[in-house]
Design a protein around this ligand. Sequence first.
Ligand SMILES: CC(C)(COP(=O)(O)OP(=O)(O)OC[C@H]1O[C@@H](n2cnc3c(N)ncnc32)[C@H](O)[C@@H]1OP(=O)(O)O)[C@@H](O)C(=O)NCCC(=O)NCCS
Length: 173
Amino acid sequence: MLSGKKVFLRAVELEDSRIISAWLNDRDTNINLDIIYPLSRRYADSYVLSSEEEASKRIFVIDNQDRKPIGLFIIDKIKWEYRNCEIGIVIYDKNQRGKGLGEDALRTGLDFIFNEMNMNLVYLHVLSDNKAALNLYRKLGFEFEGELRDRIYKNGKYHNLIVMSKKREEDII
Ligand SMILES: CC(C)(COP(=O)(O)OP(=O)(O)OC[C@H]1O[C@@H](n2cnc3c(N)ncnc32)[C@H](O)[C@@H]1OP(=O)(O)O)[C@@H](O)C(=O)NCCC(=O)NCCS
């Protein structure tokens, strides 16, 4: 388990599958994510298992100080040869947003990725109108890499997808 100042990042357990199933089907949150269809409980089970079965993926549950699960931190597409990976972060519990927990989870995750997994570069995709996430990534030193046009379709309109990345030597402020 990884300890931050405000959150813990721990291994995902099969027992988390129920809440993860509810989270993955949260359409308000999915507006910001590349999830389209309703997803079954079985999908949630296999998603949880993929964290240990797939060498290129690690899923962490973000717990708050009361040890209540509030979100997920995902390390995906781990490329050991190039020492890079993609990340995703979601605070699913809406009452827990805006309290510095997402930032602390991301700081904790990045420290682990650079200083324990020995990655060189971390990248991510974010919808161009997701102000909260863009601000968070900029705050932690992610650089703009490019904008993929019309890559996502939500709510009857196309959205651009921004790619950002951060290299190991680019210090977290
Ligand atoms: C994006 C997200 C992870 C941020 O987590 P959070 O815990 O709510 O954010 P924090 O309270 O830690 O805020 C950290 C920084 O993020 C930015 N931020 C957070 N919420 C914001 C908002 N509503 N508007 C603008 N900036 C915001 C700010 O830069 C903030 O720093 P500041 O407090 O010094 O201004 C969270 O809002 C979330 O899960 N959203 C839905 C899913 C999502 O969009 N995930 C990212 C997909 S790419």
